[in-house]
Design a protein around this ligand. Sequence first.
Ligand code: SF4
Ligand code: SF4
Length: 152
Amino acid sequence: MGVMSFAPEALKNLFKKPVTTNYPAEPAVYPERSRGHIEISINDCIGCGMCVRCCPCGTLSVDKIKGTWTIDRFDCIACGYCVEKCPKKCLFMKQGYQEPGAEKGTVTYTKSPEVLAEEAKKREEMAAKAAAAKKAAEAKKAAEAKKAAESK
Ligand code: SF4
Ligand code: SF4
């Protein structure tokens, strides 16, 4: 095969845009179906822990009272199982990958103070309701016991 047989291809490529990009000087363009990384709309999380239980890598943790959701991105394999299982649909995949680093570390997302205060208020209201219901049930039981004792 003579050198000249490559000439048409070489000439064509001289006038084409390069197929590579000048990353990282230019922003990366991710393929449409790339998985990327996990993100969370933390204020919508109910702290149910479903994502923690279903994660095959044990990379997640949730604290319902503190309103935090934590991920070790270096352990995550971006399988998307937590996204699929989240009952509130507050987990999602976002394009872009975990940047390389010399050390592993976790990232913690925390609910806004307003949402935390609202949730604490709801918990207090529910606890007060439960206490009132318990007290009413005990009073009813005592009244029934008294009635039964009087009828003997
Ligand atoms: S994408 Fe997969 S590995 Fe990553 S946190 Fe979710 S369930 Fe775990
Ligand atoms: S499954 Fe969704 S709602 Fe439940 S703790 Fe995980 S992120 Fe929050």
